[in-house]
Design a protein around this ligand. Structure first.
Ligand code: ATR
Length: 308
């Protein structure tokens, strides 16, 4: 059963506030009946998922634990079957296993079918493995959480044509937006458009000049990322309409040069941390039976780990 997080569970915010506590959540409960989940990746040490999920477990007083699972290419399936046999409820999946997870899952949600990848595995009671892709819906939820309604028929421009672009574009299409994609390597943009037939393609050269046609711009490339190919990526917004919302899925730094430039022009912006937090909610709810909130305290906790 799914319990909504606002109920006063032991260790919940409500419970703690009534006790006048302002420090971090109470200590984690891990008994012999603890619910188990984790994140499978290689490398996995950079993943913020353990910090986030264990924060929520403490906050909502759930008897459970979420662990990093370093699994190399070639051993993904044996690892997943082992976790299933060991009583895990499921796992998140990150680089380089998202396509393997897609192939392994017995049941795929629409989100996974459209993304062509799986980032969340749920081990069902009937022994079947359900695969979801929560990145795109996490992105949409992060927009909505900042007060940006997704209106059917409005236009979005997605920069990039990798896995992240595909998840985001598919989610925006599911919400009825008219979505175009632009990528440095045109062939990859065309491939993406074959996978998502409703998607339009815009040339990489001069995409800035077409911004007036769009109400949402999303950067899904690694441009602007600290340590990435062009950390100073900051195109011109001269042609943007006043209502353009500019989103970046890069969250290191939290305010990318793209977002800083958009803010300077008075445009609304949405950073990448919200997507990271929101994409985790579906898995947590399925494994641990509580629907967690993404709020300031959650953001502050994960931010602390990013800086630490
Ligand atoms: P992911 O699956 O996480 O989205 P990816 O498949 O490596 O990652 O995609 C990275 C994206 O960043 C691609 O769209 C890539 O463009 P190409 O398909 O042309 O490689 C884009 N990207 C990376 N470096 C870039 C650069 N210097 N200029 C423009 N785009 C770049």
């Amino acid at each position: 059963m799914t319990t909504h997080a606002t109920s006063a569970l032991p260790g919940s915010n409500t419970a703690r506030q009534s006790l006048g506590e302002h420090a971090g959540p109470a200590s984690q409960i891990i008994t012999g009946k603890a619910r188990l989940a984790g994140v499978i990746g290689w490398p996995v040490s950079h993943s913020r998922s353990p910090v986030l999920h264990n924060y929520w477990l403490r906050r909502y007083g759930v008897d459970g634990v979420y662990v990093p699972l370093p699994v190399q290419s070639g051993t993904f399936e044996v690892a997943v079957r082992g976790l299933q046999a060991a009583g895990f409820r499921g796992a998140n999946v990150t680089i380089p296993h998202k396509e393997s997870a897609y192939r392994l899952a017995d049941v795929l949600d629409d989100s996974a079918l459209q993304a062509g990848a799986v980032n969340t595995l749920i081990f069902q009671d009937d022994g079947k493995i359900r695969g979801l892709s929560t990145d795109g819906d996490g992105f949409v939820a992060s927009l909505q959480a900042e007060g940006h309604a997704i209106r059917s028929g409005t236009r979005a421009l997605v920069l990039g044509a990798g896995g992240a672009a595909r998840s985001v574009a598919a989610a925006l299409l599911r919400h009825g937006m008219d979505v175009h994609v632009s990528n440095r390597t045109a062939a990859r943009a065309s491939e993406l458009a074959s996978a998502l037939p409703a998607l339009g393609v815009v040339a990489w050269d001069g995409w800035e000049n077409r911004l007036g046609d769009y109400s949402l711009l999303v950067n899904t490339t690694s441009l602007g990322m600290e340590g990435g190919p062009d950390p100073m990526f900051s195109p011109s917004f001269a042609q943007a309409g006043a209502g353009l919302v500019v989103a970046d899925i890069v969250y290191v730094p939290l305010v990318t040069p793209l977002l800083a430039q958009a803010r300077e022009r008075g445009l609304a912006t949405v950073g990448g941390l919200g997507m990271l937090l929101h994409q985790a909610r579906l898995g947590f709810t399925a494994w641990f039976g509580v629907e967690p909130q993404v709020d300031d305290a959650t953001q502050a906790h994960v931010l602390g780990s990013l800086r630490g």
